[in-house]
Design a binder for this molecule. Structure first.
Ligand code: ATP
Ligand code: MG
Length: 260
């Protein structure tokens, strides 16, 4: 439930609504207070991007869709922010890919696990992994609660979609031999740098696009999908995102029209 009445005419309506969703997720116990800070870091990068999905990000979305369609055992990882912002798309993705969703929390507590699960179940998820005793396996190298995952989910997945993730955990998943797809507005973050496919875009914009891209590509055969994946180079794509940001900053520095 959104707590504040924001007029639709407000120039930053969309962005304010996103904040309200997170605040309401925080009040309901799903979002950690650190999650609110992480959103702020993301927003700063989104401002530089002009709060739109760039063509470079669309390329990453296409590669991500192919990687997920080729996966034998994909899993969609869900933290508090993702649940608060895009539950409908998470459920759509799990239906399109016939794969489980897993509650995967950096700041894990029983209460937060339950709050995230409730958002997912209320949103239509049929089975939710990673809650309570189900998170009984460990990601090697990650201590305490941060390393817990489901034995039938992330632990044995070949491809993991982990948006808004901490760099250490992304690196640890890579070290386990998994293919990692992430969403991160900061191309500087260690997650963005470590993943196999990094979508540098706001999760609220790119998850719906990822759903439609999977829908569009699901008739393609494996060889076609593999061809698209082989052509994709994450480091090059990140370089192009930095270039897009530099171009926007250069435009601003020259007093150019930023909203065009
Ligand atoms: P890393 O640990 O990978 O170096 P970090 O420490 O900068 O990254 P974390 O808090 O660990 O940041 O991870 C959260 C990441 O998610 C941040 O890079 C932030 O920019 C990004 N982020 C936050 N909100 C969104 C959003 N709505 N859409 C996309 N990315 C977001
Ligand atoms: Mg981090």
């Amino acid at each position: 439930m959104v707590m504040v009445d924001i007029p639709k005419s407000h120039p930053r309506y969309e962005s304010l609504m996103v904040r309200e969703k997170l605040v309401s997720g925080f009040r309901g116990g799903a979002v950690a207070c650190e999650g609110l800070i992480a959103q702020g870091r993301g927003e700063a990068f989104d401002y530089i991007l002009g709060e739109r999905t760039h063509d470079v990000a669309l390329k990453a979305i296409k590669a991500a869709a192919c990687v997920l369609l080729l996966a034998k055992k994909p899993v969609i990882s869900v933290n508090g922010n993702a649940a608060a912002l895009v539950v409908g798309d998470i459920v759509t993705l799990s239906r399109l890919l016939l794969c489980p969703v897993e509650v995967n929390l950096f700041y894990r507590s029983r209460e937060r696990e339950d709050a995230v699960r409730k958002i997912l179940v209320d949103g239509g998820a049929s089975s939710v992994l990673g809650v309570s005793d189900d998170a009984s396996e460990r990601i090697p190298g990650l201590l305490h609660e941060r390393g817990r995952v489901s034995a039938s989910g992330i632990f044995c997945a070949d491809v993991v979609l982990v948006p808004l993730e901490d760099g250490d955990r992304t690196q640890a998943l890579r070290a386990m031999g998994k293919t990692v797809v992430t969403v991160d507005l900061s191309p500087f973050s260690r997650s963005a740098q470590a993943a196999d496919v990094t979508i540098v875009d706001n999760i609220v914009r790119c998850y719906p696009l990822l759903c439609s891209e999977i829908e569009r590509l699901k008739g393609f055969d494996d060889a076609q999908l593999r061809g698209i994946v082989d052509e994709f180079d994450n480091q090059k794509n990140l370089s192009l995102m930095f270039t897009a940001m530099r171009d926007r900053l250069s435009l601003a520095a020259c007093g150019g029209e930023l909203n065009g």
